[in-house]
Design a protein around this ligand. Structure first.
Ligand code: HEM
Length: 572
């Protein structure tokens, strides 16, 4: 038996142990984890969802099924309103499209789900760009962006899109002749990057040209552009959870420690993070050089003076878009990138309604980079997936070829021709239904929000709209898993479309909702149609084995996980 003295000694020594610094740190950590977890569980106890242990949350399920697949699984198991935990971060998920539209159209603040998934180190510039901005900053930027996507501007982009599609066609000629397998998603990515490079940066990224195409006079300019291109590629390759920094799991598991982890990551970056940081720095440096060059553009200076006079006399508008609309596009694709009216020109002259202040150089750079990120993989994925579905459906391919041939095998698509391709349009719509590159949209509640009569969301609650999940829901879509482009043909002659319509128009929203609807929607649609027409004027594509169903993964967009391997067949 222990004597009273021994017992006292043992108690005081365990008391001393209990308050050792290590124990105190562990207790604090425990509290940091448990308190938010318990609070969250209590607040959202009425919302069903998969079992989620503290700290890990549903990360294992997410790793196993990827984000889009996991949300679809949850929709099947838990209904159309459920919650998931990404690490310790709780997210309310809406897979009922009417509720998603009503809620998301009211909430204009975007939750940076991108940062949760990809990590804070990957896409920091998005926060200052249109995708990540919120509140007044977002409204100011949105007004500045809008003219670059109006009808007149879109018309001006057509020739650049045709040129990029034509360059891709030329590249594919060799593969058609040799019969070699081609990884088409990569090729399409080069094409969309070329289009974006011209529209957003006003430079030709020469993604599709071979070294022989380059004249000596172009070489100096191209050195800068190709280093930009290499950096862009490195950033995209580093995107997504799998390729992200090893610090990412720590951020997901311990969100409250994110600032500390971030500080550590920047102080002692791992190899992946160091590579990404170098690439991002290069993009920023190249973009900054372009911006500063554009600031010195004579037309730009003249425009600025005119704007200052106008602002003084008119008391300033919410935003002063620069230049006439046709100039926007014509300039953007002619290389006079900083000129008033081009996309960079619009950004350089945009003014805040309240303060009259222009965007800083850093903010302009963020808009250019945002354009690139938002437009590059999304559109390449859409085209690749169209081709994937067409290759599996000979009747759909025949209808498309008939449409293309009726238009002409040699003709280039003009802006006024774009409504002549209902088949191509229907193929795109049905592809975006089954594989939407924007598989989720994200918001958070700025103030408290009554989601349903039973569920009240406190301020700061993150929400996902599960676009991918409800666009495949058999409760909403007849033949939900089948590729049936005829459901989109509106000509009345298409009797087959009968019975294929969704039970509600809300069931289709691949470009999002309300004020935050994708600003590049029409840009993307016309780029896809132009590419499909040019490619099918000359080729058809045969899928290589082992790709049905097509494996997809979530990076910034939902994209073919291992590309798209095809053989190119030249049309007779
Ligand atoms: C097939 C191609 C594309 C798809 C499926 C797509 C889809 C989406 C989706 C789902 C959103 C979120 C909307 C929301 O939160 O309600 C979005 C936002 C956005 N998209 Fe796209 N997008 C595509 C192409 C493009 C292109 C070519 C651009 C060109 C710049 C672009 C620029 C943007 C921007 C800037 C936003 C943020 C808008 C804002 O918050 O105000 N997207 N897109």
């Amino acid at each position: 038996m222990l004597s009273a003295a021994a017992l006292q000694q043992s108690c005081s020594s365990s008391a001393a142990q209990a308050i050792s610094p290590l124990t105190a740190v562990l207790c604090a950590l425990g509290l940091l984890i448990w308190v938010p977890w318990a609070l969250n569980r209590w607040r959202f106890r009425h919302i069903p969802g998969p079992w989620a242990p503290p700290v890990l949350g549903n990360l294992l399920g997410l790793a196993q099924h990827d984000l889009h697949g996991y949300l679809e699984l949850c929709r099947k198991r838990h209904g159309t309103l459920f919650k998931i935990y990404i690490g310790s971060n709780m997210i309310v998920c809406l897979a009922e499209p009417g509720l998603a539209r009503r809620t998301f159209s009211k909430l204009s603040c975007r939750h940076s789900g991108v940062q949760l998934v990809a990590g804070p180190q990957d896409w920091d510039f998005l926060v200052d760009g249109l995708v990540g901005a919120n509140g007044t900053a977002w409204r100011t930027l949105r007004t500045a962006w809008q003219p670059a996507f109006g009808s007149a501007a879109l018309e001006g982009y057509v020739s650049g899109m045709n040129a990029a599609a034509e360059e891709l066609r030329q590249r594919l000629e060799a593969a058609a002749a040799s019969g070699e397998e081609v990884e088409l998603f990569g090729e399409l990515g080069a094409m969309t990057m070329d289009v974006v490079g011209q529209a957003a940066y006003g430079v030709d990224l020469h993604t599709l040209q071979t070294a022989e195409d380059v004249t000596q006079q172009q070489q100096q300019q191209q050195q800068q552009e190709s280093s930009l291109l290499a950096a862009i590629k490195a950033v995209f390759e580093g995107g997504g959870v799998a390729n992200s920094s090893n610090y990412l799991p720590l951020v997901l598991l311990f969100p409250l420690l994110a600032p500390l982890v971030q500080a550590l990551a920047y102080r002692w970056p791992d190899a992946k993070l160091a590579r990404l940081a170098k690439a991002r720095a290069k993009i920023r440096q190249a973009s900054m050089q372009l911006v500063q060059g554009w600031r010195g553009h004579p037309q730009q200076q003249q425009q600025q003076q005119q704007q200052q006079q106008h602002a003084r006399s008119a008391g300033n508008g919410y935003m002063q878009p620069a230049g006439s609309l046709p100039e926007v596009a014509a300039g953007a694709l002619s290389g006079a990138a900083g000129a008033p009216g081009t996309f960079p020109g619009l950004m350089l002259t945009a003014r805040d309604k309240e303060t009259g202040q222009q965007l800083t150089d850093e903010q302009v750079v963020s808009q250019l980079n945002t354009f690139l990120v938002a437009a590059f993989e999304t559109t390449a994925s859409a085209i690749a997936c169209c081709i994937y579905f067409i290759a599996q459906h000979p009747q759909v391919q025949d209808a498309l070829l008939a449409e293309v041939d009726a238009f002409g095998r040699q003709r280039r698509v003009a802006f006024s021709d774009l409504d002549q391709f209902p088949q191509a349009d229907a193929i795109l719509k049905e592809t975006l239904r089954l594989i939407p590159p924007g598989a989720i949209a994200a918001r958070f509640t700025e103030q408290g929000h009554q989601l349903t009569p039973e569920v009240w969301l406190p301020p700061g609650t993150p929400l996902f709209a599960c676009i991918h999940a409800y666009q495949r829901d058999p409760q909403l879509w007849p033949a939900a898993e089948q590729f049936r482009p005829e459901r989109w043909l509106q000509d009345g002659a298409s009797a087959a479309a009968e019975g294929l319509q969704p039970s509600t128009p809300d069931a289709y929203s691949p470009f999002g909702f309300g004020g935050r609807l994708c600003v590049g929607m029409r840009f993307a649609n016309q780029e896809v149609v132009i590419a499909l027409v040019r490619l099918y004027q000359c080729f058809t594509f045969e899928l290589q084995p082992g790709q049905v169903p097509l494996p997809v993964k979530q990076t910034f967009a939902l994209i073919p996980a291992q590309g798209l391997r095809v053989r190119v067949q030249k049309r007779s």
